[in-house]
Design a protein around this ligand. Structure first.
Ligand code: GLU
Length: 302
């Protein structure tokens, strides 16, 4: 099915029955993107929801480009290849899919690495149009930004050196140096609920991994999905221990109050279950772990 951008974003009555990742030649490009640009986007997407009244979409459309905040040091989720500059991972593909649904082919996307503590500000001041980077939906954050989704569910976990036998679960954190990212839900959980643990913070998780490797900290804590990516990169040296001990629902961050955009992205996620599965299978799912796409939560705008 070939859909024009107009049809895909303006709700011209066409609802894609067959959302699919095509091997070559995407069909979201339309009248005002070049054919080369359209070919660079592998996602064919359509939503019947109108974007009328979305300030973010108006900005994207008039500028002909989209800036998406991401992580660049989280293997499997959001990773930048230092040599090629290419981004890869589950979050990156979700971001490309959402951009495609808004009529923005891959070459119209600028990815910008924004650490955990700066996400709300980057969305509020328009530095990024969307944020797709292991961003948990929380009530505190909902006061500052809106979220589409959730598009993935994981939970807080623990990563230690393979030689470590003293930390087997979150019950073993007393007196241990526990590293996580500033402004993240896991570091907050440690500070609030594990008062005998010694929190150590960096802006990004890769610095916690360096600190773990050098012996500066005993354990790295953040979402299990993130930790599994680091462990997979260095299986002889690192291991994930215990079971997830929180629930983290990942949302697509957007500017507070842009209800039209949130509704549109939720509709795209809901209709695109097969796109989601293909994205998952080609990224995080390569580990063999099977998970289902969560249902979106159309929380009322406050
Ligand atoms: N999902 C958690 C959060 O949003 C941890 C991962 C992260 O810092 O991005 O805080």
């Amino acid at each position: 099915m070939k859909l024009t951008r107009k049809a895909s974003v303006a709700g011209a009555g066409i609802i894609a029955a067959a959302l699919a990742l095509t091997a070559c030649g995407g069909s979201t490009g339309g009248t005002d993107t070049s054919s080369a640009a359209a070919a660079a986007t592998p996602y064919s997407v359509a939503s019947s929801v109108s974007l009328t009244g979305s300030p973010t979409y108006d900005k994207i459309k008039s500028g002909g480009k989209i800036t998406i905040g991401v992580k660049e040091d989280q293997p499997g989720l959001g990773l930048k290849d230092p040599t090629t500059g290419q981004y890869s991972g589950f979050d990156i593909e979700i971001a490309r899919w959402m951009a495609a649904s808004l009529g923005m082919s891959a070459d119209k996307i600028t990815f910008q690495a924004i650490p955990s503590s700066n996400r709300e500000q980057a969305l509020a001041n328009g530095q990024v149009d969307l944020y797709v980077g292991t961003y948990s939906i929380t009530d505190k954050r909902k006061a500052l930004v809106d979220f589409a989704g959730p598009y993935f569910v994981t939970g807080q976990g623990l990563l230690v050196k393979k030689s470590n036998d003293s930390i087997k679960s979150e019950k073993d954190l007393d007196g241990k140096k526990v590293c996580s990212a500033t402004g993240s839900t896991p570091i907050q959980n440690i500070k609030t609920n594990y008062p005998k643990a010694i929190p150590v913070e960096f802006d990004v998780y890769s610095k916690c991994i360096d600190a773990l490797n050098s012996g500066q900290v005993d354990v790295v804590t953040t979402d299990q999905a993130i930790l599994l990516g680091y462990a997979a990169q260095d299986p002889d040296n690192l291991k994930v221990v215990g079971q997830p001990f929180t629930t983290e629902k990942y949302g697509i961050g957007l500017k507070k109050g842009d209800t039209a955009l949130r509704t549109f992205l939720n509709d795209t996620l809901t209709k695109g279950k097969d796109v989601w599965s293909k994205i998952y299978d080609s990224t995080l799912g390569k580990s063999g772990l099977k998970v289902a796409q969560p249902a979106v939560d159309n929380y009322p705008a406050s």
